[in-house]
Design a protein around this ligand. Structure first.
Ligand code: TYM
Length: 329
């Protein structure tokens, strides 16, 4: 039987190269090998303050970005999470087999909640909804960046507890990591690339060539290697990673060699990173410009229809197992 893959992305505006190299590039590869479900997770995005109009817009934009990156609706199911209400129903059910202590240990909750005046209960239970996303399709493989690994481990524990209480129902999904575990912010390379830090901290997949060149040119490199080791500084390591992901191996090896010999100059390194990044993103930008909104909406509606039929079957089974729904006299 073909394995089932699930992954999700929050509709936080534009897709950045951290999302792309950390996850989406893998989505594209996997769609030809497995049965893949990819969701734009709008219900996750409401756990922090948001503007409704912007969320609606971003949801569609994210669909366009994903299609531009190469997701093919003939090969995978692409949909918007809120259009399949079974996710939220399953999240409630799974919350009953999720340990409160486990949720308290989630580092992303701590990071996102820190310093906020209002921390929603939804932000706390967010990983349960994530588990429901995955388990509604009985997915066994989840391609994500490194920051999501803890959430997938929790999903495994939730699946295990459900199975041991109610009988074998869910697989314990495994994480599929790409080579780009974690792309860092060019402006502050000790922090993960993320939209929420502001425009200096991320490079969008649709960013203009000038802007990409400027961000790479001004990328921070001079924090220096740790004095006790010969390790690259975080900024230099990030540039090398981007080069590895975009340039031919000989070019990459040449720069590694220069580094090892202590003759590396940042300027040519940065120029090469910018050149190859621009080249890699160019076809995505071109495809993005050709997409029509109406066409994308249709794809998302059709995707939700397909996804819902599967999620509905899982929910029927789950309700039966936990003893709700059918009134027994
Ligand atoms: P999100 O929307 O923050 O990110 C989407 C994907 O991009 C990866 N990623 C990165 N990878 C490398 N370097 C970076 N700087 C970087 N930034 C983001 C993330 O690891 C992720 O794979 N909770 C999830 C969404 C989600 C989900 C799911 C994922 C909801 N339900 C079920 C998998 C399965 C999130 O907020 O990802």
């Amino acid at each position: 039987m073909t394995a089932i893959v699930f992954s999700g992305l929050q509709p936080t505006g534009t897709l950045h190269i951290g999302n792309y190299f950390g996850a989406v590039q893998n989505f594209v590869k996997l769609q030809t090998q497995y049965k893949c479900y990819y969701a734009i997770v709008d219900y996750h995005a409401i756990t922090v303050e948001h503007d409704p109009e912007e969320l609606r817009r971003n949801t569609l934009e994210m669909g366009m970005d994903l299609l531009a990156c190469g997701l093919d609706p003939r090969q995978c199911v692409l949909f918007v999470q809120s259009q399949v209400p079974e996710h939220t129903e399953l999240a409630w059910i799974l919350s009953a087999v999720t340990s409160y202590g486990d949720l308290q240990r989630m580092t992303q909750f701590k990071e996102k909640g820190e310093g906020q005046e209002f921390v929603s209960c939804g932000l706390f239970t967010y990983p349960v909804l994530q588990a429901a996303d995955i388990l509604a399709y009985k997915a066994s493989k989840v391609p994500v960046g490194e920051d999501q690994v803890q959430h997938i481990e929790l999903t495994r524990r939730i699946a295990r507890r459900f199975n041991s209480r109610f009988g074998e129902t869910f697989p314990e999904p495994e994480v599929l990591l790409s080579e780009a575990l974690r792309i860092m912010s060019p402006a502050e390379p000790t922090r993960k690339m993320s939209k929420s830090l502001g425009p200096k901290h991320y490079i969008a997949i649709t960013e203009s060539e000038d802007s990409i060149r400027e961000k790479i040119k001004t990328a921070v490199t001079d924090i220096g290697p740790r004095p006790d080791t010969n390790e690259k500084s975080p900024g230099v390591a990030n540039l090398f990673l981007l080069l590895k992901l975009t340039a031919p191996k000989e070019i990459y090896d040449q720069f590694e060699d220069d580094y090892a010999r202590g003759v590396l100059k940042y300027e040519p390194l940065k120029r090469a990173v910018a050149d190859y990044l621009v080249k890699t993103l160019e076809p995505i930008r071109a495809r993005r410009a050709q997409l029509k909104e109406a066409e994308v909406r249709e794809i998302l509606i059709e995707g939700a229809r397909t996804a819902r039929a599967v999620a509905r079957r899982t929910l029927e089974e789950v309700r039966e197992r936990i003893g709700v729904g059918r009134v027994v006299l």
